[in-house]
Ligand binder design. Sequence first.
Ligand SMILES: [Zn+2]
Length: 142
Amino acid sequence: MASLQARHSRSCNLGRPWTTFAEATKQKGCTCTPLYHVVLRRDGRLVREPVGHNRKEAERALDARRGDVARRAYRVLDDVRFDDWADRWLAGFTGKQNTRRVYEDTLPVGGADRLAHPVGAGNSNSSLSSRNPSALAPLLLG
Ligand SMILES: [Zn+2]
């Protein structure tokens, strides 16, 4: 969303080069004639466009920019949709690896629980395995 910022001269009592439009008033301590800028994001970068020293003109310029942004919405939405699609595709791709890793981490424990009886049948470790199925995990991972 576009907004207005003011660029102050070095001699300004505000002591900051940039303030918001609302702060760039004599009541707030500004002692210079700031140059107003419409600030917007274009292709992910912050862009400041000088729009003169007149507050009313600056506000009109901002309104005009917002109109431009609204007209650009169609194209921007398309861009977002593509990014979203790309993100989803990437998420799906890494998700499979994550799922496999989770399986690798958790399956031995769960498997040991299920396998405790068949594996432990007639085995001297069976009682230990039944009480603590995760004790089998290192064996299955090995
Ligand atoms: Zn100032």
